[in-house]
Design a protein around this ligand. Structure first.
Ligand code: RB5
Length: 148
């Protein structure tokens, strides 16, 4: 599995923690930055990760900003992206089972490292259930085709 990882200054520390965790699991990581705590703009990094996922250069993306909200808003503007802003284990699991989320957005100022690690773990391990959920995703895809 290949994962694109991105963060702004507010998500940098958690991004580094997640990167280490993924590398320890022998997951191929493409880190698009940022590389420190100097203030940057979250849309720049959300777009880089979303485009890598959309073009299928990677399987999934993980984004971290202060709240996770800005990253998810931006990523969801890109065709084919279903970004989920997640703060707990239940929504991490549901975002995979029902939404087939391909981008995970986390809040570096909200979610501690221990919980974030568990969220990432279950988000990577939980498969999409398909069935009626696939039909619903097809409706999103049809809308995208009409509007983009
Ligand atoms: C940066 O201060 C902050 O606005 C950003 O990281 C994020 O929380 C936006 O959603």
């Amino acid at each position: 599995m290949k994962i694109a990882l991105g963060a702004d200054h507010a998500g940098f520390e958690l991004k580094e923690y997640i990167k280490k965790m993924l590398l320890e699991k022998n997951i191929h990581v493409i880190d698009v930055g940022t590389e420190g705590e100097t203030s940057v703009d979250y849309p720049d990094f959300a777009l880089k990760v979303a485009l890598l996922v959309s073009s299928k250069e990677v399987n999934r993306g993980i984004l971290v900003c202060g709240t996770g909200i800005g990253m998810s808003i931006v990523a969801n503007k890109v065709k084919g992206i279903r970004a989920s802003f997640v703060q707990d284990i239940y929504t991490a699991i549901q975002s995979r089972k029902h939404l087939d989320a391909n981008v995970l957005a986390l809040g570096g100022r909200i979610t501690g490292k221990g919980l974030a690690e568990e969220i990432v773990r279950v988000w990577l391990e939980t498969p999409f259930e398909g069935g009626r959920h696939q039909r619903r995703i097809e409706k999103i895809n049809e809308w995208e085709k009409k509007t983009q």
